[in-house]
Design a protein around this ligand. Structure first.
Ligand SMILES: C[S@@+](CC[C@H](N)C(=O)[O-])C[C@H]1O[C@@H](n2cnc3c(N)ncnc32)[C@H](O)[C@@H]1O
Length: 313
């Protein structure tokens, strides 16, 4: 059974985070509030700060959190600015941080947001409805080279150039306006043997446009650079990603913080030198068979977590 409010890898995330009753926690991706509610239930005397750049997600989740407790603050901001945003409300140290990246099921399933190749709607894909760049702007204004590059880099689509070229030819006659119009253009650019394969032929191009529209990889890079400034010793950061581009960034940054690598051209690290974090997930955690049976979106989810060394205060 598909469940639009399903929180991916929820139990696993909470057991890594181990919320303390009086702790300060940050959920960087509120969405429909599943993860935030689960944290809030455990932190009777603590406080939760939940971020989302999607005003609609916030409007729908606020009441859900209110039914659990009052000790939370929702911040409508891109999580790339989370350290500054927390400073503004006087928070400089936190006990745990979590992020469940990407688009929520409601964003996909409410066709009018333009994320899905299954529903006809304006080609939008903005998570932040105040942002100026939409997928429609991208397909109608980016050069052939830039379209090819984003399809290749963010979609890893083997027909990137063909699709970009067909888009440029099409828009010379008419502006591309809707999701299904784009699906037809993509299909017309793909060879018959690719169209005959399993999986939707527009999936990777739509993924690429979504990543570009929302600057998803740049936001994740900023988060990965910044979280150490605010995480207390003993604190955990847990991140769920949904494709290899995101997971690679998370894996590499977590490795940098958990492994001191000896360089054969340099002296090996001294014995008392220690990596600042401990790796809690030697391999990324994937959804159990039970979860996979209940929620299709969990199929590609990968959860990684690290813990800052030192005594928690
Ligand atoms: C997969 S959903 C989170 C679902 C949530 N864990 C739950 O249990 O309902 C991801 C949410 O993060 C938001 N989001 C994604 N990237 C963001 C960013 N850079 N800054 C703020 N919010 C972001 C999206 O708008 C979406 O609502």
């Amino acid at each position: 059974m598909e469940n639009e409010h399903y929180s991916v890898l929820l139990e696993e995330t909470i057991s890594l985070l181990e919320p303390k009753e009086d702790g300060i926690y940050v959920d960087l991706t509120l969405g429909r509030g599943g993860t935030s509610s689960a944290i809030l239930r455990l932190i009777k005397n603590g406080h939760l700060y939940s971020f989302d750049m999607d005003k609609e997600a916030i409007a729908k989740s606020k009441a859900r959190l209110e039914s659990v407790g009052k000790n939370f603050t929702i911040i409508n901001s891109n999580f790339a600015y989370f350290v500054e945003e927390l400073k503004k409300v006087g928070v400089t140290e936190v006990d745990g941080i979590t992020a469940d990246l990407g688009v929520s099921s409601p964003q996909f399933d409410e066709g009018e947001r333009g994320f899905s190749y299954r529903f006809d709607s304006e080609l939008d894909m903005r998570m932040d409805l105040d942002a100026s760049l939409s997928a429609k702007n991208i397909v109608n204004t980016y050069s052939l080279e830039d379209l090819t590059r984003i399809f290749r880099e963010y979609g890893e689509d083997q027909d990137s150039y063909r699709v970009a070229k067909r888009i440029v030819e099409y828009r010379a006659k008419k502006e591309i306006e809707t999701t299904l119009e784009l699906v037809d253009i993509i299909k017309s650019a793909k060879p018959a043997k690719v169209l005959a394969k399993k999986g939707h032929p527009a999936k990777q191009i739509f993924q690429a446009l979504r990543i570009e529209t929302n600057h998803e990889l740049d936001n994740l890079k900023t988060l990965l650079e910044d979280f150490d400034k605010i995480l207390k010793p003993g604190g955990v950061i847990a991140i769920i990603s949904f494709h290899s581009l995101e997971d690679r960034l998370v894996k590499n940054r977590f490795r940098e913080l958990t492994v001191i690598e000896g360089d054969r051209h340099a002296l090996l690290p001294s014995l008392d030198e220690e990596a600042p974090y401990e790796n809690l997930t030697k391999r990324a955690i994937r959804a159990s068979d039970k979860e996979l049976g209940e929620n299709h979106r969990s199929t590609s989810a990968l959860l990684r977590a690290i813990k800052k060394k030192g005594e928690s205060k």
